[in-house]
Write a protein that binds this ligand. Sequence first.
Ligand code: UDP
Length: 328
Amino acid sequence: MSDTPSSPLKLMVTGGAGYIGSVCTARLLEAGHEVTVVDDLSTGHADAVPDGARFVAGDAAEVGGSLLAEGFDGVVHFAAKSLVGESMQDPSKYWHGNVATSLRLLDAMREHGTPRLVFSSTAATYGEPAVTPIAESTPAEPTNTYGATKLAIDQAITSYARAHGLAAVSLRYFNVAGAYGGFGERHTTETHLIPIVLQVASGERHRVQIYGDDYPTGDGTAVRDYIHVVDLADAHELALTGATAGEHEIYNLGNGTGFSVRQVIDSCREVTGHPIPAVVAQRRDGDPAVLVAASDRAREMLGWQPRRTGLNEIVADAWSFVQRRIQQ
Ligand code: UDP
C-alpha cells in the first residue's frame, strides 16, 4: 500500500464485510497487518470478508467494543448506515446506528487504551457548498441526516482526541466506485450511479434515469468526483500510520476531477460495449449540481497519491466485478 514499509499493526475493522470495508481489509492484510473484522451483516456479506482476516459477527459497539480488551493498535470504523433517503425517513436509525454506536465504540477504545482511530466520514458533511472544489476548511453544513450524523461523530472524535490522547483521522469520501478482486459494490438497495448503469449493461435493468439535465454544468447533468475504492482504501493505511496522538485530522478524498452523469454513462457504454438506454427524469431531492474534492491536504500530509484516476479504469474494474458476480 504505502511506499514506506511500516511495522504490522493489530487492527479492528468495523464494517469489514461491506463494500469499502472489505477492500480496505484486503489491502491492509496485503500490507502485512493483522485484521479482525467486526460486522453485524445488516448490510454486509459474510463472503465479502477477505481470507486471512478474523471475522466476528456482531455490533461494532457491543461486540467490537468488548473485543478491544484483547489489545489492538487501532480501529478503522466503517460500520454505519449510509442511505441518504432512508436517513431522512428514519432518522432514529441513523442517530442511534451511527452516532450512539460510534460514541460507545469511542468509550470502549478509551477504556481499553486503543491508541488509533480512522473514521469513515463523508463529503455529505459539507452539504451544498457554493465554492468548488471543496476543501476541508469549507463550513460543514450537512443537508441530510446521514451527513449530520457523520459530522456529529467527527466532532465527538475531535473532543476525544484532545481530551484522551487518541490519534484520530477522519476521511471524507467523495464518490467511491470501482472494485478490487472479488470485492465490490452489491447493495440490496442500489442508489449509486455506476452500479445502476452497469445493471443496465448486465441486463438487470432496462434503462438508466438521469436525475435532471438542467443543472448549471457543461451538459446540464450533475457533476461528481469519482474515486477508485483501492486509492481510497490505501489512504486508510497511510492515515493509521500517520496519525498523531491527541490530534484529530480531517482529510477529503477525491480525485479533484468532476464527471457529469452523462460522461459516466458514456464511459460505461465504452467499457461494456452496451448501448445503455438513458432517459431524463426529475432531479433527485437534495442533489447539488457539482461536488468535487480538493484533496491537497491528504496528498501533502499523508503522502497519498491516487493512482487509478481515469473514469474508464474505475468503471472497468466495477464492470469486471459485476461480470464475475453474474457468473457465480
Ligand atoms: N444519478 C442519476 N441516476 C441514478 C443514480 C444517480 O442520474 O440512477 C445521479 C445523481 O443524481 C447524482 C449522481 O448521479 O447527481 C451521483 O449519484 P450517486 O447516488 O452515485 O452519488 P451521490 O453523489 O448522490 O453520493
